[in-house]
Design a protein around this ligand. Structure first.
Ligand code: TZP
Ligand code: MG
Length: 244
């Protein structure tokens, strides 16, 4: 059984089966929201926000692709929070994915799960969330990008693009050139690329210009104290560089 995906905002990606085929999606840039607004429990708390209030602010600002991320929370907390964010997202047709946890994604009726290289492999995660759900996978090198394109994934993330204090990735900043190369390779296989790591309002447009379909942002969205306005500013700026 799938997750009962409604309009996930990803077009063809939401219905991607377990075996993605090359060229299935001719223009990935048209099928993924430009901003992936990440609700990180720890970053939110440091900025004085609860996950739910921050989700409301992101959605009010126009974000339609959220990820719930809580590395140090209990399973029970994550399920409650994810379920609540999914309900908020449903009201406006936003896509919500859960970081790391395919089980929580399924139980919360999220649209999918975002995996890291150390999490469940995409096929195993998809066995939990279903063939209609989104499965995203973080990558840090072209080798990982190439390996990921033969996995049952819906999108790839690549990063850190720039230096970031939010996560000790163990990888040096990859820069825009690698974003371009990763996006080109992924696009050949019909997969959009979400770029992540150290992205700010001032650099987001360049990242999209380099070929990413979407920018994932954590700390910069809470950096001004007005995340709703910040999200709005990102969408405004990104709509000017997007070719869709
Ligand atoms: N994966 C690679 S970098 C990163 C993750 C989760 C953190 C990005 O956070 P920020 O605050 O947008 O730099
Ligand atoms: Mg992970």
């Amino acid at each position: 059984m799938g997750l009962g995906i409604r309009d996930s905002g990803f077009g063809a990606h939401a219905t991607r089966g377990p075996h993605p085929q090359s060229g299935q999606i001719p223009n990935p840039k048209s099928r993924i929201p430009l901003l992936n607004a990440i609700l990180d429990k720890d970053v939110a708390a440091r900025a004085g926000w609860t996950i739910l209030d921050l989700a409301r602010a992101f959605l009010s600002g126009g974000a339609r692709f959220l990820q719930v991320r809580a590395k140090h929370a209990s399973s029970a907390w994550l399920l409650d929070a994810s379920s609540a964010v999914v309900a908020l997202g449903q009201a406006v047709g936003a896509t919500v994915v859960v970081n790391d946890r395919a089980d929580i994604a399924r139980l919360s009726r999220a649209h999918g799960v975002h995996l890291g290289q150390q999490d469940l492999d995409p096929a195993s995660a998809r066995a939990i969330v279903g063939c209609d759900a989104l499965v995203g996978l973080s990558t840090h090198t072209l080798k990982q990008v190439d390996a990921a394109t033969s996995q049952p994934v819906s999108y790839l993330a690549i990063g850190p693009v720039f230096g970031t204090a939010t996560k000790a990735t163990g990888h040096a900043a990859i820069g825009l050139d690698l974003v371009s190369r990763a996006a080109a390779r992924a696009r050949e296989r019909g997969l959009p690329v979400v770029a992540i790591g150290g992205i700010t309002l001032d650099t987001a447009a360049d990242v999209i210009g380099a070929g990413a379909s979407s920018v994932a942002v954590i700390s910069d969205l809470v950096s001004t104290g007005d995340p709703e306005a910040r999200v709005h500013a990102y969408l405004d700026r990104l709509s000017q560089v997007s070719d869709v």
